[in-house]
Design a protein around this ligand. Structure first.
Ligand code: ADP
Length: 827
């Protein structure tokens, strides 16, 4: 296909004048030498002298002109010798002397030419042998030159350079090229050339192995193809007529390596050539050397690439796994890819909940242009996973990588059409070649890594490497994501561990997976005892507890409605509000201890019952008295009328007192009660309160004051303290239905003054001793023999005392009375 041209027959044309000259000289000697002898020996009387001289002339002519020259000289010598010397001008008689001389002449010519011919043939043979050994040496030297050049070539490119530079020189060629067989063995690709006009090479960059081209034939047959001239080339390969560089001699040899034919080598010559077997052998040897060297270089290049790749991936893995922070991991990933693999790169992630694809990181080797690279993918915020056009969406959807060796212009045009702002970005960043690989964890594709080269084509090996990198990156990203998730869960677990509500997580089998400290407190069962077991095994009545709780759906956990149920715990009976939410992996129960709220609730309803009872009794009395007074049909004696009026007044006072207590409790809670303390001597104070109490107290009650001598002066608000003491004395009297002593004891301590109201009445069960201070809390009427009250007295008393800087506590044994102690700061 590629060859040179030059007129044939140059060698013959050059030899012709040389031959003519040689023949001219030979004829001159063959004719001239006998003539000279005739002239020189003319005067000789003896015939033997000229005869000898003629023999010499004949031999001379034989030397110069060979056999023909010798025979011409024989003729040129025989006639003068015969005429002038042998017959002495008698032409008709050939005497014995003349005949002998003639025979001698002929023999001299023939013998001389024979001897000389042999000698010359021997010389020529010797010369040829020398030439041959010289050319063999020359060929060996040239091959050695190529071999030397090849031995220092390490990369495939260096091998190609060595073959084409040294090989062309060794072959005495004008140009050379190397083509390799494609992986599928179907085509040949020109990978390097020297000395050709590229316009002829370009159409033949790829051509089929099966084609009728000289190099295709050489590769197919494994034999060299030797073409002497352009005419021969055009005859043998008509496809090349007009399609290849005009040329002369052409050699195509296959490159046969250890693993078969890997390509072919072409040499073109500046002149027409005849290829001797030696030259052919030289070219074949060159091809063989080149093939081996190329194979070796490729192998070591492949090894080097593999080593580099392993090193790169090793470093990448180390770097990627060195952080569990998602952002850092992604930054590192792009840092690895740019600029080693690409000019810029981006990572997009799929937001599963919304089906949107978000670009999370972009890296560009030029920080200035990073902004534009970001802008280019900015629109991807609006890209959805089902977008048919977007490549990233396609890669994430199919989990198949995409390699656009040369990004088609139509694709970029379409991108601009869809988003005109991309046009501006594309003025600053180019997209020549692109690779998008999926980031896959397990069977889930959660994102994609895109690599872009701006001014070159990315290679197959880079596509492979990108996939390997993506595989490692996916693990790192997934690890970081899992870690973040674990962290989030750990934080959630921490929050749940310390939340005030009891939280229980049961797995699908109904076994405890999470048991926080609040549930431990509510149930009295430690986490260690509950974990991995069914709650019913550790909490009696668990089934009853949760049976009523209607499980809400995981999608709408807020719909869970609490069910309040009683539960027995180590610290007594408690009330808990239970909510349950079922989700894929089990059920979560939240238990809130609502004993207090429930108690309050009960106290309220108790109060309503108590208050309505307490209010109805005096109201009924007032109502009855008033109705009786209004009667006109009967005569009411004046004494009875006074009695009824008395009832109305006292019951109304009782009503007012209850209502005042309720109002006062409200004011206390709202902080509207002022307490101003002054030094108060409790002796006289208690005495006066006792005096008025005695007026109200039934006869069976004995009211006394006990003071241990020392004065008891406290810092107190006298009015409020009176309210407290009246209440305590009233209670002591009320809850001593069988009568008995009620004493007020005053005692001083270090900085404290104690005022104790002691009775010998019903007493208070230990479990209730704190609760009686709660608002509206009253003991069971069975325990108080139905004594009425609002349940506010002790609440108000404790509040007032504590506002004076003191405390109110109780000590009591049921059935043995109670002692309420007011502890106040001393004045
Ligand atoms: P009430 O108006 O019902 O007496 P209190 O707040 O004064 O309200 O008292 C609360 C409850 O404490 C009472 O209902 C009673 O059961 C109990 N209690 C108060 N004082 C005594 C006492 N001295 N002895 C026995 N129980 C008492």
């Amino acid at each position: 296909m590629i060859a040179d041209a030059a007129p044939r027959g140059h060698a013959k044309a050059a030899r012709w004048p040389h031959l003519r000259l040689r023949w001219g000289v030979a004829m001159l000697v063959a004719v001239g030498a006998p003539a000279l002898v005739t002239l020189l020996a003319f005067t000789s009387v003896r015939t033997v002298v000229p005869a000898l001289l003629y023999v010499v002339a004949i031999i001379l002519a034989t030397i110069v002109g060979g056999r023909i020259g010798g025979l011409v000289a024989v003729v040129a010598s025989a006639f003068p010798f015969f005429y002038f010397f042998a017959s002495r001008y008698d032409r008709n008689e050939l005497n014995a002397e003349g005949a002998t001389a003639l025979v001698v002449f002929v023999v001299a010519a023939l013998f001389g030419s024979e001897v000389l011919g042999r000698e010359r043939a021997a010389r020529e043979r010797a010369e040829r042998a020398v030439r041959q050994s010289e050319s063999a040496l020359d060929a060996a030297t040239r091959l050695q030159g190529v071999a030397d050049a090849l031995s220092t070539a390490h990369t495939p490119q260096e091998v190609l350079d060595a073959v084409l530079t040294e090989g062309v020189r060794a072959a005495e060629a004008r140009g050379g090229l190397i083509a390799t067989v494609s992986d599928d063995g179907e085509s040949l690709e020109v990978i390097a050339s020297r000395g050709y006009d590229l316009k002829w090479i370009e159409p033949f960059r790829h051509f089929p192995v099966s084609g009728n081209f000289p190099l295709s034939e050489a590769v197919r047959t494994g034999e060299g193809v030797f073409i002497g001239s352009e005419t021969e080339r055009d005859e043998r390969y008509p496809e090349l007529v007009g399609r290849s560089q005009p040329g002369h001699g052409l050699v195509c040899v296959p490159l046969v390596g250890e693993r078969g034919t890997i390509g072919g080598l072409v040499f073109s010559f500046p002149t027409d050539q005849e290829f001797s077997p030696e030259r052919r052998a030289l070219k074949i040897a060159l091809g063989r050397q080149a093939a081996l060297a190329l194979e070796r270089a490729r192998l070591s290049a492949a090894e080097r690439t593999l080593r580099d790749r392993l090193t790169f991936l090793g470093e990448a893995t180390a770097l990627l796994t060195s952080s569990l922070d998602l952002e850092t991991t992604l930054e590192r990933l792009t840092g690895l890819a740019v600029p080693l693999l690409a000019d810029w790169c981006s990572i997009s992630m799929l937001v599963e909940e919304t089906g949107q694809i978000e670009q999370v990181v972009v890296a560009h080797q030029d920080p200035e242009r990073k902004r534009w690279a970001e802008a280019m993918r900015e629109r991807s915020r609006a890209i959805r996973i089902d977008d048919e056009f977007d490549l990233t969406a396609q890669v994430i959807r199919t989990s198949e990588p995409v390699f656009l060796r040369e990004v088609p212009q139509e694709l970029l045009d379409e991108a601009v059409r869809r988003d005109p702002s991309a046009a501006e970005a594309l003025e600053h960043v180019s997209i020549r070649s692109a690779i998008t690989v999926p980031l896959v964890a397990g069977d889930r594709t959660f994102g994609a890594l895109t690599l872009v080269a701006e001014s070159r084509e990315l290679e197959d090996s880079e596509f492979d490497l990108a996939q390997e990198l993506a595989a490692r990156a996916a693990i790192a990203v997934e690890n970081a994501r899992l870690y973040r998730e674990a962290e989030r869960r750990a934080e959630a677990a921490l929050a749940l561990a310390y939340v005030g509500d009891g939280v229980v997580l049961l797995d699908r089998e109904g076994r405890v997976r999470f048991w926080n400290s609040a549930i431990a407190a509510i149930t009295g069962v430690r986490e260690a005892d509950a974990f991995g077991r069914r709650p019913a095994e550790v909490v009696p009545k668990w089934e009853e507890l949760t049976r009523l709780a209607e499980l809400a759906d995981a999608a709408t956990p807020e719909r869970a409605r609490p069910v309040t149920v009683p539960i027995q715990t180590a610290s007594g009976d408690r009330w808990v509000a239970v909510t349950g939410v079922a989700f894929d992996e089990g059920v979560v129960y939240a238990l809130r201890d609502v004993s207090d709220e429930r108690a309050l609730e009960r106290a309220r309803s108790d109060f309503v019952a108590t208050a309505s009872h307490e209010l109805r009794t005096p109201l009924a009395a007032v109502y009855g008295a008033a109705r009786t007074l209004r009667r006109t049909d009967i005569e009411i004696p004046a004494e009875q009328r006074d009695r009824f009026l008395e009832i109305i007044v006292s019951e109304t006072e009782r009503l007012t007192a209850i209502v005042s207590q309720i109002l006062f409790a409200g004011q206390l809670e709202d902080g509207r009660v002022d307490v101003t303390t002054t030094a108060t001597d409790l002796g006289p104070f208690a005495e006066s309160v006792l005096d008025s109490a005695r007026l109200r107290a039934p006869e069976e009650i004995e009211l006394r004051l006990e003071q241990n001598g020392s004065p008891a002066v406290a810092l107190a608000d006298e009015d409020k303290l009176r309210q407290v003491l009246v209440n305590l004395l009233d209670n002591a009297i009320k809850y001593s239905p069988d009568g008995g002593d009620v004493t007020v004891e005053l005692s001083g301590g270090v900085g404290r003054v104690l005022l104790t109201v002691r009775d010998g009445g019903l007493g208070i069960p230990p479990g209730e001793q704190e609760r009686i201070f709660e608002k509206f809390y009253r003991l069971d009427p069975a325990l108080t023999r139905g004594v009425g009250g609002s349940g506010l007295g002790l609440f108000i008393s404790r509040e007032l005392v504590s506002r004076m800087g003191g405390s109110l506590t109780v000590r009591s044994q049921p059935g043995e009375g109670a002692a309420f102690v007011v502890d106040l700061p001393a004045a």
